[in-house]
Design a protein around this ligand. Structure first.
Ligand code: ATP
Ligand code: MG
Length: 443
């Protein structure tokens, strides 16, 4: 090969059939162990989704010529676009390039331009390029070479009459920028006019089956409309997510359609719906506090600081988070928050009176508008008949004598109890902030 084939991905304008269906093959024996997970295919799927290219199959295979070959052939049958990730490195177990070239009957030729670039990368660090790395300069005849600014292995784009085959390096920090540029460039040009628009709605305080029951009549009607909306329900500890998506060439129509759909869901979900644009509960709470110029303090027993941690995950939270204390022992509840020891003796540390006293004590000592308190039994030990594992008392104290307390019994292990308790605590604060603002409902 005598001419430079390293091109800027934006400079080539692939012609050919529209890519509607994609398959992803993740190559790497480590991805079949319990220690490493294939995240590249998630990233690829997300980016292709944006272009309206549907991922119809995924495979994970080890560094075996036979397995790569079998997965690749199956993928070619099923999709217009096959994306292979990994196995483009310089070592003998990096087989993707060789196997794909053989399957497509393409000879491999060394591209001296690539060799020179790889050599230069090594020399820039004062190293000599190992001969092994020449493997990474081998290009199947006719393939386009995709620059890799973050590593040695370039990507490869092979155009067939009925498909595009794309090989990308395995390390996510190399793959992601390469794919990003393909998505705005040649892949967009080949993807057809439709684009996917999405909305992520989140609901607190209801079970998945209940959300399903409420929303199913609404969203099943969307399926028969001109512009059908796809709906997916996902359950996570303490919240249910509804993902809406619509495919259309016209972004404004898509947005309008989704706005309508969101309005309909708001009607049945009411205040349990806390976001219609993918915000986290801690972000929603943060926005409410900021808009009211109020601050919060947090007193945590069984959540061990999780509520404070979540609130402070949000950039700019120093504006409204005053402090948090982890008061795990009874003594610390007395010393740090001024809870009366007799109250703990009488009702137990996990009780509504103690939770309320924790919140009131925290609010007073921190001189904040709001205080949240959590006390519970995360398990696996410490439960009783009256207060089984998973019992958590949650209190919020607020301005103008506003105070609420509730007891919830969560299922699951220690971490799930903590996660759910933090969720209910934040959600209680959200509802009280909304009440105080006189503007209930999802923002
Ligand atoms: P290299 O030149 O680094 O060898 P490569 O294209 O051969 O690149 P691999 O050797 O297959 O890539 O993978 C390198 C590293 O990238 C792996 O150790 C792993 O950490 C990460 N990686 C590979 N494939 C994936 C994947 N599908 N998802 C997430 N990480 C991956
Ligand atoms: Mg490798």
């Amino acid at each position: 090969v005598d001419r430079a084939r390293v091109v800027r991905v934006t400079s080539f304008d692939p012609a050919g059939r529209t890519l509607r269906k994609a398959a992803v093959v993740a190559v790497g024996s480590e991805l079949l162990t319990p220690w490493r997970i294939d995240t590249n295919s998630l990233y690829v799927t997300e980016r292709l989704d944006d272009l309206g290219i549907e991922v119809v199959m995924k495979a994970v295979v080890g560094d075996s010529a036979e397995e790569i070959d079998a997965a690749f052939r199956q993928a070619l049958h099923r999709a217009h676009l096959v994306v292979l990730t990994g196995g483009l490195g310089p070592t003998a177990d990096d087989l993707t390039r060789d196997v794909v070239s053989a399957a497509l009957d393409l000879t491999l030729e060394e591209d001296e331009t690539i060799t020179a670039r790889i050599r230069a990368r090594f020399e820039a660090r004062g190293w000599r390029m190992p001969e092994n790395n020449r493997r990474q300069a081998m290009v199947p005849r006719g393939a386009q070479v995709i620059e890799n600014p973050n590593g040695t292995a370039p990507g490869l784009w092979i155009e067939r009459k009925d498909a595009v085959v794309l090989m990308l390096p395995g390390p996510p920090r190399e793959l992601q920028p390469m794919l990003d540029r393909l998505v705005t460039g040649p892949l967009a040009a080949r993807s057809g006019p439709e684009r996917l628009r999405r909305r992520v709605l989140r609901i607190a305080g209801r079970a998945e089956s209940h959300v399903e029951e409420l929303t199913q009549p609404v969203y099943s009607a969307w399926q028969s409309q001109d512009l059908p909306i796809d709906t997916t329900i996902l359950a996570a500890p303490g919240q249910i997510e509804l993902h809406l998506s619509v495919r259309t060439p016209d972004p404004e129509t898509g947005q309008r359609r989704l706005d309508q759909a969101v309005q309909e869901l708001r009607g049945v979900l009411g205040r349990d719906l806390f976001t219609v644009d993918g915000k986290l509960l801690e972000e929603v709470v943060g926005e409410l506090l900021r808009s009211r110029a109020e601050r919060v303090a947090i007193a945590e027993s069984c959540t061990g600081g999780l509520v404070a941690s979540r609130l402070t995950d949000v950039p700019g939270s120093s504006e409204y988070v005053e402090r948090g204390v982890v008061c795990y022992s009874n003594a610390s509840k007395v010393e740090l928050l001024g809870v009366a020891a007799s109250l703990i003796d009488e009702h137990g540390a996990v009780s509504e009176p103690v939770a309320s006293a924790m919140a009131a004590g925290m609010r007073e000592r921190a001189r904040t508008d709001w205080a949240v308190a959590v006390t519970g039994i995360a398990g696996p030990g410490g439960g009783s008949d009256l207060k089984p594992v998973g019992t958590v008392a949650i209190a919020v104290a607020g301005p103008l004598g506003r105070a609420r307390v509730k007891t919830v019994r969560f299922p699951g292990g220690r971490l799930q109890v903590k996660t759910q308790a933090s969720q209910v605590a934040l959600d209680l604060l959200r509802r009280m902030l909304e009440d105080a603002s006189g503007s209930p409902g999802a923002r």
